[in-house]
Write a protein of this length. Structure first.
Length: 68
């Protein structure tokens, strides 16, 4: 079955990627670490890669958020 990649699909995939980005960033904070102790470039880099992987996964699979 051919997937419909319309504005709704891109919106759902984008929301999923942003959530994955945020969850990865939050998961990288250590318990009790001060904000000045967090290595922000590393956190942002790893989170960005997770967001990209989420988008690629959305291309490869169906999005359950979209009712066809």
């Amino acid at each position: 079955m051919r997937k419909k990649m319309n504005l709704t699909w891109f919106y759902a995939a984008g929301i999923r990627a942003v959530r994955t980005f945020a969850q990865t960033a939050l998961g990288m904070f250590t318990v009790g670490a001060a904000l000045n102790e967090v290595q922000w470039p590393y956190v942002l880099s790893v989170s960005a890669v997770s967001g990209i992987y989420s988008l690629l996964t959305s291309f490869a699979t169906d999005l359950p958020e979209i009712n066809e």
